[in-house]
Ligand binder design. Sequence first.
Ligand code: GDP
Length: 376
Amino acid sequence: MLLYVLIVLVLLGAIAGGVIASRRRSGRGGVEAPERPPEDAPVHEAPSSVLEVPPATAVQAPAPPVAAPLEAPEREAEAPGPPRPLRERLGRARSSFGQALVRVFKRETLTDADWEDVEAVLLQADVGVAAATRIVDDLRARSRDVAPEQLLDVLRQELVQIIGDADRSLRSADGLTIWLVTGVNGTGKTTTIGKLALREHRNGRRVILAAADTFRAAADTQLERWAERAGAEVVKQAPGADPAAVAFDGVKAANARGADLLIIDTAGRLHTKKNLMEELSKIRRVIEREAGPPAEVLLVLDATTGQNGIAQARAFTEAAEVTGIVLTKLDGTAKGGIVIAVQQELGIPVKLVGVGEGPEDLEPFDPAAFVDALVG
Ligand code: GDP
């Protein structure tokens, strides 16, 4: 009997052991136990295999982790995600402008007070007095022939017409292309340069950035961070150096290294400060003397500063012959109408719009797409 009981126990034990072993093999039951050592596992056990690696391999082992951070921006540069539609990126500009007008145009007949509302919406969106007056006059005239709900379409056409046709591509030179980037402090010059460098690097160009903002502490570090991300090189001097000398160095280095594109960052300057504007003229003269006129002189305007941007654009154009405008921070303002004011009052083409702080948040300016996104 005892023997019989022992045999049964042994058999039961064998069956139980087999089940546990097979559950472990199949990964079920205590799923993570085989992969992850228990928390209190002796620390020396894991590295012991590293200690056993022959010395040559051990020396080479750290290489991948070091290489990885350097390669990451490259990979990021090669594989942008799908672009978000402009409508989404315009954010507040879009909702404030379009929705307010839709509400007015939904009314059956439009009274004088309604037309004043339309004008107020346009002015609040920074369209500017000249453009707002023109738009309201034209819409009122057309409202005699079309139903109110069609007025939004008429407005779209009107806005596209005011913005007008222009060559909005960034121009290139036959040899070295130079883009000089200007604007008041904090408008987004360095960020825009970073975005541009990344875009042009992806287009296969060898890009050099000249850090001619020698005034602001850490401006060159900020530029270097963008350069690393964009696969560009940076030319710089000590803080406080003559920015025209940095521009000069930039041209020399770009020619010597066979670069395709030199983008020159400049210090933010108040357009009302005469000596600073003269310094900008000097930078331009040095570039011209060394390499001919820059293919583009871009003025970076912060859309949130509204009508002050017009005064800035006038002063910068006088000092450095601005060829195109980059309108930044359109994602963060309800005043997208500044695009229309800039076109109406200055006639300098808006070439690019900044719609965020990320590397992909720079769009070529397409009037029809912009108006669609703005009006909704
Ligand atoms: P700079 O002084 O003209 O060189 O200006 P920066 O490039 O340093 O930009 C000033 C600030 O504006 C930074 O915080 C940028 O991230 C931010 N910025 C630049 N462009 C845009 C944009 O298009 N949208 C938003 N929301 N922020 C921007």
